[in-house]
Design a protein. Structure first.
Length: 320
């Protein structure tokens, strides 16, 4: 007796046909149910879609290339579809401004060189008068924008300086070393034109930063010993009400005239010398350069407040 069993392929084809017939008969119900489900699960769908797209570069490339081909072959040549696409984009931009801005920012970041080259080419293709008008309009726009966003610019600059303090200091140091003479001259000129604000800022900084001030003074004195000696001697002279003053250049000249030797013991002074007043300030001597001599530390301690005659007799030299 022949078998009446229906093959599996026929069963499957019949089932698919029944399903298709049911879907065709219930299109409206299916659409409503799908819309309700998407609305209820909107967040879940968005998360799943974003995760899938971010993890599948191949899908992203395919979607991008498919969109380009579809636009070039279908939409670009159909005015009605172009208008519909434009209306859709405007409605989407209005409903999702933040997402649209994020998309535009990503595009500009990934195509910065291409966009710059296109803008440059389009700019140079314009007539000279039109280019000039564009430059003036752009400058006016930027000035107005800076005026309207002062607080935003100040906060952004402050944040940048805080996050890049070391890099800014390094660049400033390089610039200062490369232009030291010019910058110092400009600083002196500004100080001469208006010294009071500079004095107020300096006094305020010294009051707020005593430790830094002392540390800076120690480093400067170690680097400029002659200037330190002149400053100490000038202070002593003021204390004694003595006349005159001298500078670091006067000390250098004395060192050269004495051939770098102590006037008492002829010892090589090197950098270890002291400025001595030939007639001590205590005895009424002046603080002018012609009353100065350079002695080693030992001889200056031995001389003390002796008169020139007493010191000459002490070291065994004739005094005229």
């Amino acid at each position: 007796m022949p078998s009446t069993k229906i093959p599996q392929d026929e069963k499957r084809a019949k089932r698919l046909q029944q399903q298709k017939a049911w879907r065709d008969a219930n299109k409206g119900r299916i659409a409503i149910a799908m819309k309700e489900w998407r609305t209820k699960n909107k967040i879940h769908i968005a998360k799943y879609t974003e995760a899938y797209r971010s993890d599948n570069a191949e899908y992203q490339n395919w979607k991008r290339e498919y969109g380009k081909r579809y636009y070039q072959t279908v939409i670009k040549n159909d005015k009605q579809q172009l208008a519909q696409r434009q209306r859709y984009r405007e409605a989407y931009d209005k409903a999702h401004p933040e997402q649209r801005k994020a998309i535009s920012d990503r595009y500009r970041q990934s195509n910065r060189k291409l966009l710059a080259e296109k803008a440059k080419t389009a700019y140079h293709a314009k007539p000279a008068d039109e280019r000039k008008a564009l430059r003036l309009a752009r400058g006016e726009y930027y000035r107005q924008w800076r005026e309207d966003h002062k607080d935003q610019l100040r906060d952004r600059n402050k944040q940048y300086r805080t996050e890049n303090a070391q890099d800014i200091a390094a660049v400033a140091r390089i610039h200062y070393l490369a232009n030291r003479e010019r910058l110092l001259e400009e600083q002196k000129a500004r100080y001469k034109r208006n010294p009071e604000p500079h004095k107020e800022r300096t006094a305020k900084w010294h009051k707020e930063n005593p430790e830094k001030r002392r540390e800076h003074a120690r480093k400067w004195d170690a680097k400029h010993p002659e200037a330190k000696r002149a400053r100490v001697a000038a202070r002593r002279a003021r204390f004694r009400n003595a006349e005159g003053t001298y500078t670091e250049n006067d000390i250098s000249r004395l060192f050269t005239e004495q051939h770098g030797c102590c006037t008492a013991c002829a010892k090589d002074l090197g950098k270890q010398f002291e400025v001595d007043h030939i007639l001590a300030l205590f005895l009424g001597g002046s603080n002018w350069p012609d009353n100065l001599q350079l002695l080693c530390r030992t001889c200056n301690r031995r001389k003390g407040h002796m008169t020139p005659e007493q010191w000459a007799a002490r070291i065994g030299k004739l005094f005229n």
